[in-house]
Design a protein around this ligand. Structure first.
Ligand code: GLP
Length: 244
């Protein structure tokens, strides 16, 4: 779906999430959301906070699993995705702390493998992801699944692409301070979600979006695997859609 302005697109995504939360609530069930960081979802989270404050949208029955976290990373560091998610959403709604899951960037390396397997299991035990929200990196990554990630990849420790490190430098003062690795849900984890919404705003995303939506399905552009998902939607503004 192409919107003229990013704000309109973000509002439509927020409404869709709110609708899912409410319909699950009516059935006495939990809504299991896969959440993303980066600048793209910020306006969606803003609208969800407004819906919570002004229209009584409750997050009491919401369980969340975040896509990724830098490694290593302490939760109280400004650049951590734990910090980001609390600032942008969790601190402002009535979600239960025990329902929030974000990959743990503090683990010793020897515990990572087991932790990642447990993260997958936790998603399964909650009944799987009802909806996965995604942004896209200029390398074509979703989560931190950089080029070369297979369609069946699971939650794991990955190396960041040099372009991703350059793009992240704005948050870390200097490029040298950007962690070289991250924990991320796999493409396979994402593909298991019952519904996927990928958002892209601005001209900077136009080229990779074209490759994602219209290009060959290949691990060179991991987001292109979404073409094979039965219920994936791409929401963009007119600028990100320039090359479609
Ligand atoms: C980071 C995140 C991705 C996100 C990407 C794009 O790399 N790990 O999940 O999609 O940034 O960020 P932005 O939305 O700021 O363009």
């Amino acid at each position: 779906t192409i919107f003229e302005e990013a704000r309109e697109g973000a509002i439509s995504v927020a409404y869709e999430i709110a609708e899912l939360i409410r319909s699950k609530q009516k059935k006495g069930k939990r809504a299991v959301l896969g959440l993303a960081t980066g600048s793209s979802p910020i306006s969606v989270y803003k609208e969800l906070i407004r819906l919570h404050r002004e229209e009584g949208l409750s997050f009491e029955n919401v369980v969340t699993f975040n896509l990724d976290e830098y490694y290593p990373m302490q939760p109280d560091e400004l650049q951590s995705y734990v910090h980001f998610m609390h600032e942008q959403l969790f601190n402002h709604v009535d979600i239960r702390p025990e329902n929030i899951h974000i990959p743990d960037g503090t683990l010793p390396i020897e515990k990572v493998r087991e932790y990642c397997q447990a993260y997958e299991r936790q998603i399964e035990e909650c009944g799987g992801l009802d909806l996965q929200l995604l942004g896209i990196g200029r390398t074509g990554h979703i989560g931190f699944n950089e080029p070369g990630s297979s369609i069946t990849s699971a939650t794991r420790l990955v190396k960041l692409d040099p372009l991703t490190i350059t793009d992240a430098a704005k948050d870390f003062i200097k490029e040298e301070y950007v962690p070289l690795r991250a924990l991320t849900m796999g493409v396979g984890t994402i593909m298991k979600a019952r519904k996927i919404i990928l958002m892209a705003w601005g001209e900077g995303k136009a080229k990779i979006l074209q490759e994602t939506v219209e290009g060959r399905i290949s691990d060179e552009v991991p987001a292109s695997f979404l073409q094979q998902h039965p219920n994936a939607k791409v929401v963009v503004d007119q600028w990100a859609a320039l090359e479609l």
